[in-house]
Design a protein around this ligand. Structure first.
Ligand code: FAI
Length: 507
């Protein structure tokens, strides 16, 4: 008896070639409405599934293949005499292959003006049922869910290599696929940010050469439902593949730059900003970011939120940089930068939108999930506890530094002057230590600069060393039991302090 393949696909690309190949290998084809039409138009002989089941497709396609004749033909164990007897009694023939791809659920809910009814109609029921039945029966049944596997499957059959091991790999792919499909449906239905099961799905974007260190293996997976600006949607114009550390650093740069609307340049090292500059033009903004710390930028990543022209490209090409990210590069700029073999250039529209994604941090035995730290502080949110109040220019710098300190590993201190960072103290185990580092880096630039602290001051010591170095205004969340000590210290040195009422720890 001929082998039988059931083909029912939404994505009909290349299906006729595959079906033709199966016919040439002496398979009988069974197919559903639209797929059958496509095959018949291409001159491929196929049997309608309703002629196999003796039951018409009904409910506008909601029930086509959901029939015992199909599912018993897939699920009967070939080596089980009782199963075989039951099939014979019911006059059911075995099905040896299932080729199914599903209703485009994600593509449907991604559309702008889509109704709930349309989304619901695109939840495939019969397809996953066949896929799961065939995958469960991988010992005897071949299941193909990915059109990319058409050619290799035909080749394997031709070369007599399609054994149980190969079929199990195809079955595993099916279960991953249906799990992803169900995960996206579950997300669509779920309103609770933290439901009893957190089912997320990521798609492999790239296998990485190694992880954070060369002895670690790694891959980059993207979130197929994330629509906000992200590295996953960046276009690489030049250079080698991104590494694991490149991706982390570039992501940090994008998160920082999303804070600022005016022309801004950000230089990042080890996921901390080493220089941020805001100016009326992007070239000046970059000069500020560079001058903020001309040492640390070496081997760093630069993100700009405006087009890079030849002048800026020339400046950038004089520095050893791993990556430059911008919404656009002029042709002349590209000509300059692509001369550098080792630089990677990424083009990415910089829309100042906040992502809705959750932050996941794996720990031993689980994962911590929290909403993104996307809260913003504006001038109207500030309170002024000190005798001296900041000037308008100081407030601009304070808010600029506050946006920056949010992205520095805690304990974090950022010093800024004229919309330019002049000192960054990152990741210290005590706050005064972070301030020491920032002040040391700023040297004489600390004079008349402002200071941002990601969390409150438990002691007045940080304010004291800052004031002594010439800092004129401080921004911090407030809320310490000993806030008054820091206020008194500011008053003693005649400097101002503002409260944001919000903390930005970043561990
Ligand atoms: N309801 C069913 O019995 C059923 N059987 C197969 N499908 C899906 O129908 C699609 C193909 O339909 P057509 O061949 O009519 O274009 C495939 O994506 C397949 O997964 C079904 N549709 C949805 O549940």
């Amino acid at each position: 008896m001929k082998k039988r393949a059931l083909i029912s696909v939404s994505d009909k690309d290349n299906i006729t070639n595959f079906a033709k190949g199966l016919v040439d290998l002496d398979y009988e084809i069974i197919s559903t409405g639209g797929t059958l039409n496509k095959l018949t138009e291409a001159g491929i002989q196929a049997t309608a599934v309703e002629d196999v089941t003796g039951f018409p497709e009904m409910l506008g396609g909601r029930v086509k293949t959901l029939h015992p004749i199909i599912h018993a033909g897939l699920l009967a164990k070939r080596d089980n005499a009782d199963h075989q007897k039951q099939l014979t009694e019911s006059d059911i023939d075995l099905i040896d292959m299932v080729v199914v791809n599903l209703y485009p659920f994600k593509q449907t809910f991604d559309q702008l003006d889509v109704t709930e009814e349309e989304v619901i109609e695109n939840i495939d029921v019969g397809g996953p049922t066949m896929l799961r039945a065939a995958a469960k029966s991988f010992a005897d049944v071949t299941v193909v869910v990915d059109p990319d596997d058409y050619d290799s499957t035909l080749k394997s059959i031709q070369e007599n290599r399609l054994d149980k091991t190969e079929r199990k790999k195809l079955a595993a792919k099916v279960f991953r696929h249906t799990a992803q499909y169900d995960s996206m449906i579950a997300s669509y239905f779920t309103e609770d940010a933290f439901p009893e099961n957190y089912t997320i799905t990521y798609e492999k974007a790239q296998t990485l050469r190694y992880g954070e260190n060369p002895h670690q293996t790694a891959a980059f997976y993207k979130n197929p439902t994330e629509t906000a600006m992200s590295l996953a949607s960046a276009k690489q114009l030049h250079g080698k593949e991104l590494s694991y550390n490149n991706i982390q650093d570039a992501n940090a740069a994008l998160e920082i730059i999303a804070e600022y609307g005016s022309p801004t340049a950000v230089a990042v090292k080890h996921m901390n900003p080493c220089g941020i500059g805001v100016a009326e033009g992007i070239n000046r903004a970059f000069s500020k970011a560079y001058e903020a710390d001309p040492v640390s930028i070496f081997g760093g990543i630069v993100a700009c939120n405006r087009k890079i022209d030849v002048e800026l490209a020339t400046q950038l090409s004089g520095i050893f940089l791993e990556i430059v990210i911008a919404p656009e590069f002029t042709d002349d700029a590209l000509a300059v930068l692509t001369k550098k073999k080792n630089i990677r250039l990424l083009e990415l529209a910089m829309v100042n939108e906040q992502s809705t994604y959750h932050k996941l941090t794996t720990i031993k035995g689980g994962v911590l999930i929290q909403s993104n730290d996307d809260a913003e502080v504006e001038q109207k949110d500030l309170t002024f506890p000190t005798d001296k109040k900041p000037s308008e220019d100081e407030i601009k710098d304070l808010l600029f530094a506050w946006k920056a300190v949010k992205h520095v590993k805690s304990n974090a201190i950022v010093l800024a002057k004229g919309l330019q960072t002049v000192g960054v103290g990152a990741g210290q185990m005590n706050r005064v230590g972070a301030a020491d580092i920032a002040l040391e880096q700023a040297e004489e630039k600390a004079k008349d600069a402002v200071m941002a602290s990601d969390a409150f001051f438990p002691m007045p010591d940080t304010v004291e060393i800052a004031a002594k170095a010439g800092i004129t205004a401080v921004i911090q969340p407030g809320g310490s039991k000993r806030d008054q000590d820091s206020i008194d210290m500011c008053n003693k040195y005649g400097i101002s302090m503002v409260y944001t009422g919000m903390r930005h720890f970043k561990h």
